[in-house]
Design a protein. Structure first.
Length: 276
């Protein structure tokens, strides 16, 4: 009923998942900063999420943690699980999962992934996801996870159709107030959930992303920003204060920088205002 990717990139861990199932993000994914990430699906056993993260947290490798948890589960042949930890990755598909079902796991050193799916149109879904993961090398983890999910969806995904999708990722210092949540988005019931998740991730990055391509507020740029802020109702000789007031009202405060103006904030300000 589901296809997912569980991955590590540097210190970031995360899961992206889609399914013909209501609110798949409420069941399948979990990740913990500095520990790892897990996806439980098919006849999902939600208790695996905490069990496996707990084992990873003690230093067990993904394969060892997964084997130990499976050995205690009488329903293991109906399960499908992906696990990534520090320096390790593993996937399991039980013999009683509905076909097509299968997966792949790799550890490349700085990155690792486990990709798996069941009730898929065929192995081409997993293969497309793996190619997309590699093709997106250099992108932030949440973007790479989503690229794999988009590829799996385009390759046919769940043979029953579409309903929900989610991405959950963690990284030290990321997210609102540096809480460590790199991305936490769910599309619970939608005719095209992966496309909607793509839209939401772009919004998430705007609201909760770190400042990027910051330009100093000096000279002509400072004058332009001051005029645009005034046009938006935030007139102040102190352009940094006016910018902070405007950004706070727009909920862009995570992108404020003491060194100037973030590129994305400047783009939004330019699109929203006119000056003479």
């Amino acid at each position: 009923m589901t296809f997912s990717i569980v991955a590590r990139q540097g210190e970031a861990y995360g899961v992206a998942v889609a399914s013909k199932f209501l609110a798949v993000g409420a069941v399948v994914p979990a990740a913990r900063t500095g520990v790892g990430a897990v996806a439980t699906q098919s006849y999902a056993r939600v208790a695996y999420l905490e069990e496996l993260l707990g084992r990873l947290g003690t230093g067990e490798a993904a394969g060892e943690a997964l084997a130990a948890a499976m050995a205690l589960d009488g329903g293991r042949e109906t399960r499908q699980v992906g696990v990534v930890g520090v320096g390790s990755a593993a996937t399991f598909t039980g013999s009683e999962c509905n076909g097509w079902a299968g997966g792949v796991a790799r550890d490349d050193g700085d990155t690792a992934y486990a990709i798996q799916g069941n009730i898929l149109i065929g192995p081409e879904v997993v293969e497309a996801m793996e190619r997309a993961w590699h093709d997106a090398s250099g992108e932030p983890l949440a973007r790479r996870l989503l690229a794999a999910l988009v590829a799996g969806d385009a390759a046919g995904g769940d043979s029953r159709g579409r309903q929900s999708a989610a991405v959950y990722a963690v990284e030290p210092g990321s997210g609102y107030d540096a809480c460590g949540v790199l991305a936490d988005l769910r599309v619970d019931d939608h005719p095209d959930p992966v496309s909607e998740l793509t839209r939401l991730l772009a919004e998430w990055e705007m609201y909760f992303g770190r400042p990027e391509d910051v330009q100093p507020l000096v000279g002509a740029l400072a004058d332009e920003v001051r005029r645009r802020l005034a046009a938006a109702g935030y007139a102040d000789d102190d352009v940094a204060k006016a910018l902070a007031d405007w950004a706070g009202n727009a909920n862009y405060e995570a992108r404020l920088s003491p060194d100037g103006i973030d590129r994305r904030v400047l783009e939004v300000l330019r699109a929203a205002t006119t000056t003479t």
